[in-house]
Design a protein around this ligand. Structure first.
Ligand code: GLC
Length: 592
C-alpha cells in the first residue's frame, strides 16, 4: 500500500511540478514577451530593415528614413501609405523621423530652401520661422511625424564637412535662428530635433572619428567655453522653443564620447536645463562606445539616452536591452522614464488620440513656399566685392555665363538632397530653377542675352563666373585644402577661373558652396564677388538681386579666412588670428 501511496505521492508531486512548470512557463513567457515589447519602445530601426511583419513581432517605438531612404512608391501618397502600414500593425503608435534639413529634401519635388549657413547669412528669424512652418507642412503632407532638424552646431572651423548645416560661428545668431525654426516647425505639429548635443561644431582638426579629419572629433574646450558657445543655443530651444527632441552628437568632449556622458545628457540637459522631451542617439553612434553592444547600450541608456537609433541591428539591440534590464544593469525606473519621455512626445503630436492629420498634398512646392524660398535666397546672398559698381546689372546686359555652377541644381543644393550625399547633377531635382534659367527669364523679357558660348566673348558686356563645390554630407566634406581647386571643389572650376583671368571684360563671380573657400589670390581678378552658399531650388532669388530688383542684405555668419588653416579665425576664439581674416564676421556690402 505504502508503495502505492508513495507512487501516488510521487505522481501527484510530479504532476504538481509539471503543472507548476507548465503554469510557470506561461507566466514567464508572458512576462518575457511583455518586457521585450516594453524595451522595444526604446529602439529605432531604419525602414529598409524593418518590415510591417517585423512590426507585428517586435513593436519598435520608432522608425526612420536615413538620408535618401524613401518608399518604393515615393509619391506623397506612397510616403503616407508606408507610415500608416506600420501603424496598422502596432498597439503603441510609432514615431517616424526624417532629415528634412533644407525643406523635405528626401521627397522628390519638395521646396528646397537654402541650407542653414545661407539662412545664417540672411539672419532673419521671421524668415526662418516661416521656413520652419513651410517645411513642417510639406513633411506632414507625407504623414511623417518628426524632423531631425535644426542643427544647432556653432561651427568654429569651416574645414568641417557639416559647416553648412550650422547657422553661424556666433552662438547668439545660432540661438535666435534655431529657436525660430523650432517654433515654426513645431507649430505645424511636427517634432523638431535640437542637434547634435553637445559641441558638434567645436571639435579640433585631426581628431575626427571613422577616418574623418574633424567630424565626430573631440571638442577640447573648457566648461566655460562649452557653455558660452555650444550649450547656449539649447537654452532658448528648450526654455522658449519647448523643443521635443534632442539628438546626441557622435563627437566627444575632452576625450569623453558624448553618447556616454551622464553629466551632459542627464545632469545638465535633463536636470539643469529641465529638458522634458526625448533624447535620441545618432546613427549607430553608440557603437563608438567601449565594449560589446550589450555594454554600449547599458552605457548610453544609463547616461540618459531614451531612444537608440539602431538602423540595422535593431533586433540585437532589443535583445541586449532586454537582457540588461533582466540583469538589472539598467533599472526599470530608467526604462520607465525613457518610455514616459517618448510617450510625451508622441502624445504632443497627437499620435495616441489619432489627431495627427497629414496636410494636403497641395502644400508641397506650393507657390507660397516657392516664393518664400526665392526670398530666402535673396536675403542669404552676401556681396563681398563690387568694384566700379559693376552690380546691379541692367536687364538688357549681354552676359557670358561660365563655370560649373551655371546650370546644375545638384550643386546648388549640396548634401542631404534626394540622397544623403546629394546629387552631382540636377537630374533628380527637375522642378528647380538653375542660375542659367533665372538669367534667361530676365534676359528674354528685356532684350538681354545670356550665352555659355566662349566664342561670343566679344559680343557680351560682362562675364559671370559661377563656381561651385561638389555636394557632400558629414565627414565626407571634411577638408584640409579649402582652395578653389581643393577638397570637394568641382573639377571644372579651374578652367573657368583661368578663362576669366585671361579676358578683358568685367568679371562677376558667384560662389555656390557650403562654406568660405580660399579666394585670396583669385579675388583680385574679379570685379564683383557674391557668396550664394547652397541656395536650393530657386535661383531667381539670385537674379532678383543681381539686376537690382532687391538689394543685398546678407552678412557673413562666419569669418572668411585667407588660408586653409581655419582653426583660429572664429570670433569665438580667445586666440583668434586676425591676420588670417580676409572678410570679417558680419561683413556684407549693399547697393548705395
Ligand atoms: C546622421 C547624422 C544625423 C542624422 C542621422 C539620421 O549620421 O549625424 O544628423 O539626423 O544620421 O539620418
Amino acid at each position: 500500500m505504502i508503495i502505492h501511496f508513495k507512487r501516488s505521492l510521487v505522481l501527484i508531486l510530479g504532476l504538481t511540478l509539471l503543472i507548476g512548470c507548465a503554469k510557470a512557463p506561461v507566466d514567464v513567457v508572458d512576462e518575457e514577451a511583455e518586457l521585450r515589447a516594453k524595451v522595444a519602445q526604446l529602439i529605432q530601426a531604419e525602414r529598409n530593415n524593418f518590415t510591417s511583419t517585423d512590426a507585428l513581432e517586435i513593436p519598435l517605438g520608432s522608425v526612420l528614413s536615413g538620408g535618401g531612404s524613401r518608399p518604393m512608391d515615393d509619391s506623397i501618397e506612397g510616403w503616407k501609405r508606408m507610415v500608416s502600414f506600420y501603424q496598422e500593425q502596432l498597439e503603441i503608435p510609432l514615431i517616424y523621423g526624417v532629415d528634412a534639413v533644407h525643406g523635405h529634401n528626401n521627397l522628390k519635388g519638395a521646396t528646397l530652401f537654402p541650407h542653414n549657413i545661407g539662412l545664417g547669412a540672411a539672419n532673419n528669424p521671421e524668415l526662418v520661422r516661416q521656413i520652419g512652418i513651410a517645411t513642417g507642412k510639406e513633411v506632414k503632407a507625407t504623414g511623417i511625424h518628426w524632423n531631425f532638424s535644426p542643427t544647432l552646431a556653432v561651427v568654429q572651423d569651416v574645414r568641417w564637412g557639416r559647416a553648412y548645416e550650422s547657422f553661424s560661428e556666433d552662438p547668439q545668431r545660432v540661438s535666435a535662428l534655431g529657436l525660430a525654426y523650432i517654433q515654426g516647425l513645431q507649430s505645424t505639429g511636427i517634432a523638431a530635433t535640437a542637434k547634435h548635443f553637445l559641441a558638434d561644431g567645436g571639435t579640433s582638426f585631426n581628431t575626427g572619428s571613422l577616418g574623418y579629419l574633424i567630424d565626430q572629433g573631440d571638442a577640447q574646450l573648457s566648461e566655460e567655453e562649452l557653455r558660452r558657445v555650444h550649450l547656449f543655443p539649447y537654452l532658448s530651444a528648450i526654455n522658449e522653443g519647448d523643443v521635443l527632441t534632442v539628438m546626441v552628437s557622435f563627437s566627444s568632449v575632452n576625450g569623453e564620447k558624448m553618447h556616454g556622458s551622464k553629466y551632459w545628457i542627464s545632469d545638465v540637459l535633463k536636470e539643469e536645463l529641465g529638458f522634458k522631451g526625448l533624447v535620441i542617439s545618432d546613427w549607430e553612434a553608440i557603437h563608438q562606445l567601449e565594449g560589446s553592444l550589450y555594454q554600449q547600450i547599458v552605457t548610453a541608456i544609463n547616461a540618459g539616452v531614451d531612444l537608440l537609433m539602431q538602423p540595422n541591428n535593431w533586433k540585437d539591440s532589443v535583445d541586449r536591452l532586454y537582457r540588461a534590464v533582466k540583469n538589472n544593469d539598467i533599472s526599470m525606473e530608467r526604462i520607465d522614464d525613457a518610455i514616459a519621455r517618448i510617450n510625451y512626445v508622441k502624445a504632443e503630436l497627437g499620435l495616441f488620440d489619432d489627431s495627427f492629420t497629414p496636410e494636403s498634398a497641395d502644400v508641397v512646392y506650393s507657390d507660397t513656399h516657392k516664393q518664400l524660398a526665392r526670398e530666402a535666397v535673396s536675403q542669404s546672398l552676401v556681396l563681398l566685392k563690387n568694384n566700379r559698381n559693376v552690380l546691379p546689372l541692367e536687364k538688357n546686359t549681354k552676359i557670358l555665363l561660365i563655370g560649373p555652377g551655371s546650370d546644375n541644381a545638384g550643386l546648388a543644393n549640396g548634401g542631404w538632397t534626394y540622397s544623403w550625399q546629394g546629387e552631382s547633377s540636377g537630374v533628380n531635382i527637375p522642378h528647380a530653377t538653375t542660375l542659367k534659367m533665372a538669367f534667361e527669364s530676365v534676359a528674354n523679357e528685356h532684350q538681354g542675352m545670356i550665352t555659355t558660348d566662349l566664342s561670343k566673348l566679344n559680343e557680351v558686356d560682362v562675364v559671370v563666373l559661377a563656381l561651385a563645390e561638389l555636394p557632400y554630407a558629414e565627414g565626407v566634406g571634411d577638408a584640409r585644402d579649402l582652395s578653389l581647386s581643393g577638397h570637394m571643389m568641382h573639377p571644372d572650376n579651374q578652367a573657368a577661373i583661368d578663362f576669366a583671368k585671361s579676358i578683358n571684360k568685367p568679371v562677376i563671380t558667384i560662389l555656390t558652396s557650403g562654406r568660405p573657400r580660399v579666394i585670396t589670390n583669385e579675388l583680385n581678378d574679379w570685379d564683383a564677388f557674391v557668396m550664394a552658399w547652397l541656395y536650393g531650388s530657386e535661383a531667381q532669388g539670385i537674379t532678383d538681386v543681381l539686376y537690382g530688383d532687391k538689394n543685398f542684405s546678407g552678412t557673413l555668419p562666419i569669418t572668411w579666412p585667407k588660408t586653409s588653416d581655419t582653426s583660429t579665425v572664429s570670433t569665438q576664439k580667445a586666440d583668434r588670428d586676425t591676420s588670417n581674416v580676409l572678410f570679417e564676421y558680419g561683413f556684407g556690402l549693399r547697393y548705395e
